[in-house]
Ligand binder design. Sequence first.
Ligand SMILES: Cc1cc2nc3c(=O)[nH]c(=O)nc-3n(C[C@H](O)[C@H](O)[C@H](O)COP(=O)(O)OP(=O)(O)OC[C@H]3O[C@@H](n4cnc5c(N)ncnc54)[C@H](O)[C@@H]3O)c2cc1C
Ligand SMILES: NC(=O)c1ccc[n+]([C@@H]2O[C@H](COP(=O)([O-])OP(=O)(O)OC[C@H]3O[C@@H](n4cnc5c(N)ncnc54)[C@H](OP(=O)(O)O)[C@@H]3O)[C@@H](O)[C@H]2O)c1
Length: 471
Amino acid sequence: MTQIGSASRPLRVAVVGSGPAAFYGVEHLFKQSELVVEADMFDRLPTPFGLVRYGVAPDHLKIKTVTRAYDAIAAHPRFRFFGNVDFGVHLTLADLQRHYHQVLFATGAQSDRRMGIPGEDLEGSHPATEFVAWYNGHPDYRDHPFDLSVERAAVVGVGNVAIDVARILVRTPEELAKTDVADYALEALRHSRIKEVFLLGRRGPAQAAFTNPEVKEIGEMADADVIVRPDEVQLDPLSRAQVDAAQDRTLLKKVEILQGYALRKPEGRSRRLHVRFLVSPVELIGDARGRVTRMRLVRNTLVASETGVLNAAATGEHEDLDVGLVFRSVGYRGVALPDVPFHERWGVILNEKGRVLDPATGRVVPGLYASGWIKRGPSGVIGTNKPDSVETVSAMVEDLAQGAHFTPAEPDPDAAAALVQARQPLFVTYADWRKLDALEIANGQASGRPRLKFTSVDDMLAALGRTVAAP
Ligand SMILES: Cc1cc2nc3c(=O)[nH]c(=O)nc-3n(C[C@H](O)[C@H](O)[C@H](O)COP(=O)(O)OP(=O)(O)OC[C@H]3O[C@@H](n4cnc5c(N)ncnc54)[C@H](O)[C@@H]3O)c2cc1C
Ligand SMILES: NC(=O)c1ccc[n+]([C@@H]2O[C@H](COP(=O)([O-])OP(=O)(O)OC[C@H]3O[C@@H](n4cnc5c(N)ncnc54)[C@H](OP(=O)(O)O)[C@@H]3O)[C@@H](O)[C@H]2O)c1
């Protein structure tokens, strides 16, 4: 029998997910000069790119141009995209094993971490993941209600997602109109009455997860003052010692920018973004209707763990903050896929260098791989997924050489396409996506916007002239 990966017997790979990790994985597979690879990519949404489309902030348009590189990967003659195809709904693992030698899961982190405090589920308290998906026009979240009639909001966490959320809340409608924020979100934010936003860090400025360009950016908004308390950005002795020892210029700069904000006098702008440190929410308090009205905070101090990490420790000193809207931005979380081994506590597909492991036995499950956020957890920028996927694909290539792969009964592209057609006749190809993309840009230009996103699957299918099943 001819070798798998030859012209007459290509290596057939199914990729589940179409975010950065999926595209970088396919790119590296196609770079294997000694292998002929056929890659089919599946996404539950009709649109590719994962969080590049539904996560990256609408006012960070430049970052989204990374998708041009993905278009180039998708132009490979042996690449196919099947959008609107949900693994676990339309296709099972057994289906993929029937048609492919290897399966790469790159499904990202579809859920959120919780704070674990009383009142977390009061009305008006939301995971940032949902607000992000809403303002970015994710079809699952377009009808999600956010009450922007209140004047004060808190965002828990000081990572880049928290800062994205805070920025979108305090930008002016004019600033937002220049972005690709969803049209309904632009309209809702135009009428927003939010005046004060509190970003809440449980540790100090030297431990804040947000990065310097993002911290600088909040000081450059059209109509928002940034307010930082001088006492909260003075480094405690433990942080001072760590910062001095590390000699990390980027970190020094971050602390310096924050200390600079503390020296600024508010200019009476219409919105105020407070960046707080060394405080943790311990309870959300609601009114008689179950709506959040207040957040109880405890002041923290930093203590060194055995490994030298500085952790927050509650002092017992409390403070109440009146807020009508709370976003917890304390991290995303992966979700389990049917029949795919999953590590519940870590929220990832347990793996070693991308090779999926059975959590019960710790053994490699041949033929199954993971990359991106579902592999390593919800951290890292778009570029971080490239070496991550390269590592996984290297394992795939090594295993192929060792004969560790599925033996598909029907390793035939037409048979796989026929199965998709049977299970989800409304699947979307990459050519279809390119049409949607062009339409979104044209519709945006017509209304002076960079892009007007389709925000419902039915609208996308209708724009493609595809029949939408009756409800
Ligand atoms: C709010 C936010 C803003 C960010 N902004 C930036 C930024 O400005 N710059 C930067 O460099 N990085 C940014 N990042 C980080 C970056 O987006 C991630 O590193 C990257 O998207 C992770 O890639 P991924 O492919 O692992 O997952 P994702 O991008 O999440 O892609 C996963 C894909 O899998 C699909 N999927 C899930 N389940 C299924 C299923 N059952 N069947 C089929 N398909 C499925 C999803 O629909 C999605 O398309 C941001 C992240 C967030 C959360
Ligand atoms: N512009 C960009 O480049 C961009 C934009 C968005 C996202 N991203 C990337 O996407 C990844 C995910 O971002 P993220 O913001 O979701 O995660 P993150 O960077 O891990 O930040 C999470 C934040 O939540 C805090 N936190 C966690 N648990 C908490 C709790 N129980 N109570 C209070 N605070 C808590 C963390 O504080 P501790 O540090 O104390 O744990 C941290 O400040 C990051 O790598 C990020 O850089 C990049």
